[in-house]
Design a protein around this ligand. Structure first.
Ligand SMILES: [Zn+2]
Length: 81
């Protein structure tokens, strides 16, 4: 294992073993066998449907891409998230 720490908390993509609601939006139903995003939350996991997962991943990619060039600039102002 690398000793360089990751910014990402533990995430996985798996298939729902039974039907349940998406944890970002209770009107999103995840059916048994659907792909879902698993995000570690303390000792348990949060589960999100594919459409919420796409939003979450897209937003985090954008945040990281905005952060990266700031390593090269001499002055950095606080980032707005
Ligand atoms: Zn959802």
């Amino acid at each position: 294992m690398s000793r360089v720490k990751s910014l990402l908390i533990r995430v996985e993509i798996d298939e729902a073993k039974k039907a349940h609601n998406c944890q970002a939006n209770a009107t999103h139903r995840i059916e048994r066998g659907d792909k879902r995003l698993k995000v570690r939350n303390g000792r348990s996991w949060d589960h999100y449907c594919i459409s919420c997962a796409a939003v979450i991943i897209g937003r985090d990619i954008a945040t990281l891409q905005a952060l990266q060039p700031r390593l090269q600039t001499p002055y950095v102002s606080p980032i707005e998230t």
